[in-house]
Ligand binder design. Structure first.
Ligand code: FE
Length: 242
């Protein structure tokens, strides 16, 4: 299982992972450069990317308390686990996506894959939301959504249904599959890239994403995210390969 190298630059346009150099100096590796240079030799440990907004920016729909725990404890926890698991191994010098690609589907590396994918998924989730989001996608994305689902409302409904019906922990995604936009859901840490699909936007439906604010009402959280927080510009940027 895996995905071709050429996809990595496409999947994460403009993405930057901040890496702490062994000597202590900060270095920034542009993920989009892999198509030109192959996978970079990246000094460990991987560093937690900053939130794209303040912890209270999504209130009242997602509280600062939720973001504080979700980003500062859960997301950071996955990254810390990953760095601990790969310390001293050849993976310690790989990019996050390379670690995902070489550990996916390998039972002996499941802990590494889970923590790497959860690190990637959370960074993608933060950027899938924005204050004042929701509404209408940019025209280029709206056109392909309408061609794929029949209408924007049908797309929203299918995404909401996937997010609400994912049994247990997981993620709902809009992905590009060839020339069509599709909805998929994944369990636990899994990521559509392992199926050769290109993520456009995601919704975290692990309970830690909403329980402090919505308790058992996952559907209310999903409605708030899709209607008022979803970052369609981020999705359109991924579609365009930026
Ligand atoms: Fe989460």
């Amino acid at each position: 299982m895996g995905y071709p190298d050429k996809n990595h630059a496409v999947l994460n346009p403009g993405r930057r992972i901040f890496l702490k150099a062994a000597a202590g100096a900060a270095a920034t590796i542009a993920m989009g450069g892999f198509a030109r240079h192959g996978f970079a030799e990246a000094p460990a440990p991987l560093k937690l990317p900053p939130l794209p907004y303040g912890e209270s920016a999504l209130e009242p729909l997602i509280s600062a308390r939720t973001i504080s725990f979700h980003y500062g404890k859960h997301h950071k926890g996955y990254l810390d686990n990953l760095n601990r698991l790969i310390a001293g191994t050849e993976m310690a010098r790989m990019s996050l996506e390379k670690i995902m690609s070489v550990s996916a589907g390998k039972p002996e590396k499941v802990a590494i894959f889970n923590n790497a994918a959860q690190t990637w998924n959370h960074d993608f989730y933060w950027r899938s939301l924005r204050p004042g989001g929701g509404g209408e996608p940019p025209a280029v994305l709206s056109k392909i959504i309408k061609a794929s689902f029949g209408s924007l409302d049908a797309c929203r409904k299918e995404l909401a249904d996937a997010a609400v019906t994912q049994f247990g922990s997981g993620w709902a995604w809009l992905v590009l599959d060839g020339a069509k936009v599709k909805v998929v859901k994944t369990a636990n840490a899994d990521n559509p890239m392992t199926r050769g699909l290109k993520p456009l936007v995601t919704i975290d439906v692990w309970e830690h994403a909403y329980y402090l604010d919505y308790q058992n009402r996952r559907a209310d959280y999903v409605t708030a995210v899709i209607g008022k927080l979803l970052n369609w510009e981020f999705a359109a940027g991924n579609l365009a390969g930026r």
